[in-house]
Design a binder for this molecule. Structure first.
Ligand SMILES: [Zn+2]
Length: 141
């Protein structure tokens, strides 16, 4: 049995207990699976905003939606209506998912390049744009 010592908890464990990593010499990460999980739980706790953004990225949303789509395949009419309502709510409420989509459409960036700051900047931009638009409409009336 080939084993390895975890650099975090210091326990000696079999190689299977380490996540594969091709960039490493021995093909495994330095910390064990258990420590990796604990680390990510801790990170999620300390970065709730980033987790929220990450969850709402189109890539993750699509995965979630795929499951729901399967459920609603039998009832396409209902699904179409719900989708319309969601899109409207996202647009009006300037939800992260809506802002993310705007950024994707405008810059064709990778999801890792979308930061909470970037989303906030874009949101403010859209708010200014909307305010100007309603001002223009008020003047024209
Ligand atoms: Zn460990």
């Amino acid at each position: 049995m080939i084993s390895k010592v975890c650099s975090k908890c210091g326990e000696e464990k079999e190689l299977e207990k380490f996540v594969k990593d091709k960039t490493r010499k021995n093909g495994r990460r330095g910390i064990c699976r258990k420590c990796t999980t604990l680390k990510s739980i801790k990170w999620n706790k300390n970065n709730p905003e980033k987790v929220k953004v990450y969850r709402e990225l189109p890539f993750n949303r699509a995965r979630k939606n795929a499951r729901e789509k399967e459920r609603w395949k039998k009832n396409p009419e209902k699904y179409r209506e719900r989708k319309k309502v969601w899109a409207k709510n996202d647009r009006e409420g300037l939800a992260n998912s809506y802002i993310c989509r705007l950024i994707f459409e405008a810059f064709q960036v990778r999801f890792s390049e979308i930061t909470p700051e970037r989303i906030q900047n874009k949101r403010e931009q859209v708010m200014v744009f909307r305010a100007l638009k309603s001002l223009k409409e008020a003047i024209n009336e």
